[in-house]
Design a protein around this ligand. Sequence first.
Ligand code: FAD
Length: 419
Amino acid sequence: MHILVLGAGVVGITTAWYLRQAGHSVTVVDRQKQPAMETSFANGGQISVSHAGPWATPQAPGIGLRGMGRSTAPVRFSPTVNHRQWRWMAAFLLQCRPGRVRANTDALARLAIRSQVELGLLRRTQQLDYAHAESGILHVFFNRKELAHAQQRARILHKHGIRIDVCDAARCIDIEPALASSTRNLIGGLFAPNDESGDACAFTRQLAQRCADAGVVFHYETTADSLDMHEGRVRGVAVRDARGVRGLLCADQIVCSLGTHTRALVEQHGPRPALYPIKGYSITFPAGPNAPRVSITDEEHRIVMSRLGDTIRVAGLAELGGHTVTVEDERVRLLTGLTRTLCPDAGDIDAAQAWAGLRPCTPGNVPLIGRSRIPGLWYNTGHGSLGWTLACGSARLLADLVDGGSSDIEFPHLTGKRH
Ligand SMILES: Cc1cc2nc3c(=O)[nH]c(=O)nc-3n(C[C@H](O)[C@H](O)[C@H](O)COP(=O)(O)OP(=O)(O)OC[C@H]3O[C@@H](n4cnc5c(N)ncnc54)[C@H](O)[C@@H]3O)c2cc1C
């Protein structure tokens, strides 16, 4: 079969890889000059199997309300008149119920475990080098209530065989001595020794090269404008190149991995996938001699810190209502300030390069993987805060589904109303 994959982020490129490995003829389309130029460019770097949970929890509405309109809140909600935002928010609130939290955590954990195995296989067989580290992820807490909630979530993950150790403050510093210089009052932590980290952008670009070597065709600087329908079925995509020249790319099946832009392409044809952008920021700076080696998550401020070779990447902040990737100085100052208090000796924070990206979020953080309600159109998108963690497993699953396989993971999208 000839399959068109729309999007060359980490999700689109892994999708192209597994489809090609399954023997299909694959073409990838992306509006940028090279892979991983948008949300997959400078994320937090964590392969966070231990943190594969939804953002929609019983505590989330309170966190959102406290951050309403406040530019110094790590989680900021800026209400707009956009009806999509309100519809998405209503769906998000429904996912905060304990039963949905359990189901979403279960689906995400299963996908994350599978993904880590697939990523390891790919790394070894394709000799991919992306500043990969297997030093675990340490979740640190400065607030007893947050630690108690995280311990509850860890119990669900334990059931899936994910190892998470509860640590007191001294044990946290044993695991990552760079935390000794923190200016905050560390209460304790959860350590997931089997978690990993690595540079998603380097991974995606190398895998794209392996795809090209295996015969995948790439059309960069090519924007997908609309779907081309014939007798109720999609048969191609109307595209436009960098000079504005229009054309049509036809295929037997089309996989949409456009991240947060998926909705704009498909809604002209009826479906309204529940996707909404949640903006985040990262800074990257040279690592100092006492920089952390273990990836760290500060749960209270929703930031993560990963060592990527000679650099440190700190990522986080969440803004509902931020549709652009404009880098706002005030938000960067917030992120650098939090970095200075969490790990003052991490490196040359003054030399930090800032970036912002849009997480393609579904209300329950569970991605859309599988058939859409348009015949011939598939989704592999909506990986929210976990796209790097889930990419390989999602792509493998999508390729199996295209070939007639079934999913043993409960995706609301596959079992409920089709988007
Ligand atoms: C601050 C931040 C920190 C994060 N940290 C982590 C982390 O530590 N661990 C983790 O697992 N995840 C993390 N994530 C989430 C992760 O980065 C995303 O889930 C993932 O990158 C999404 O990948 P994607 O391929 O779906 O989207 P993208 O990378 O955005 O790819 C979509 C592609 O579609 C292309 N495109 C869009 N519209 C069109 C069009 N009309 N025509 C043609 N091409 C188009 C774009 O150019 C882009 O290349 C983080 C995200 C952010 C923002």
